[in-house]
Design a binder for this molecule. Structure first.
Ligand code: CTP
Ligand code: CA
Length: 226
């Protein structure tokens, strides 16, 4: 039993990971999106499954293969991601939100392909729902982990998101650093916890970042004791 639990410390735990970008449609052939590759979230999903967790990966469009023993749910827009996550929220123990969710979507989605007309075009946008904030407001037993991609004032913005979204931990990276952020195989992150402690990690592979993060999640799931 002891041997088993050491090798599979997340056995019996349900972990929901979101990954990748979202796409917000403009018309049938165009969308707004971002440069997220999905690598960080797929690495977390894969490592969590290796540690024995029951893993669901809610993923925006990504070219990556689904890791072994991970149940994938494909979504496109922020709204679809919201619905996929909310419908599973009550039954999971931890949510790790690496997805780069669009903050805005076009106010109207054109049913037909837009034809070019004037020299200038203005597309009106409206805010999407903040999925993580919604989860934070409805939190019961779940451990909630967010990510923050920043280009400046990393610690300050990360602390603000930890508080405003009612998270247990936020993983922040400065995406202007070489070896961090979108599309890379490595990441340089600092994990900020609710108790005010922060854990800076050196440049690591996304797989190694995933392992460090999951060790913290394991501790949080066990009531703060690893
Ligand atoms: N997030 C979310 N739903 C959104 C926007 C963001 O769930 N509509 C989540 C992301 O998945 C991430 C965290 O919130 O885990 C932080 O995302 P980030 O873009 O860094 O922060 P925002 O709160 O969107 O603030 P801003 O983009 O203005 O910095
Ligand atoms: Ca954002």
């Amino acid at each position: 039993k002891e041997h088993f639990s050491q090798e599979r410390p997340l056995a019996g735990k349900k972990v929901l990971v979101t990954a990748g970008p979202t796409r917000e449609r403009i018309d049938p052939v165009r969308y707004l999106s971002n440069f997220s590759s999905g690598k960080m979230g797929y690495a977390i999903a894969g490592e969590a499954a290796k540690l024995g967790a029951d893993v669901t990966l809610v993923t925006g469009p990504s070219a990556l293969p689904i890791p072994p023993n991970v149940q994938a749910v494909s979504v496109e827009s922020a709204q679809e991601m919201l619905e996929a996550v909310l419908s599973r929220y009550d039954s999971v123990d931890a949510v790790i939100k690496t997805a780069a969710v669009a903050d805005y979507r076009p106010k109207t989605v054109h049913g037909e392909k837009m034809k070019k007309q004037a020299d200038e075009l203005v597309i009106e946008l409206e805010r999407t729902t903040d999925i993580l904030k919604t989860l934070g407001m409805r939190k019961r037993q779940q451990v909630l982990v967010g990510f923050a991609a920043e280009t400046t004032n990393v610690a300050e913005y990360a602390a603000g998101k930890l508080e405003s979204k009612n998270l247990d931990m936020i993983v922040a990276n400065d995406v202007t650093k070489a070896g961090a952020g979108f599309g890379t195989d490595t990441n340089i992150v600092t994990m900020y916890k609710r108790d005010g402690t922060s854990i800076p990690l050196p440049m690591l592979s996304k797989q190694e970042v995933a392992r460090s993060l999951l060790a913290e999640v394991q501790g949080l799931l066990n009531g703060g004791h690893v």
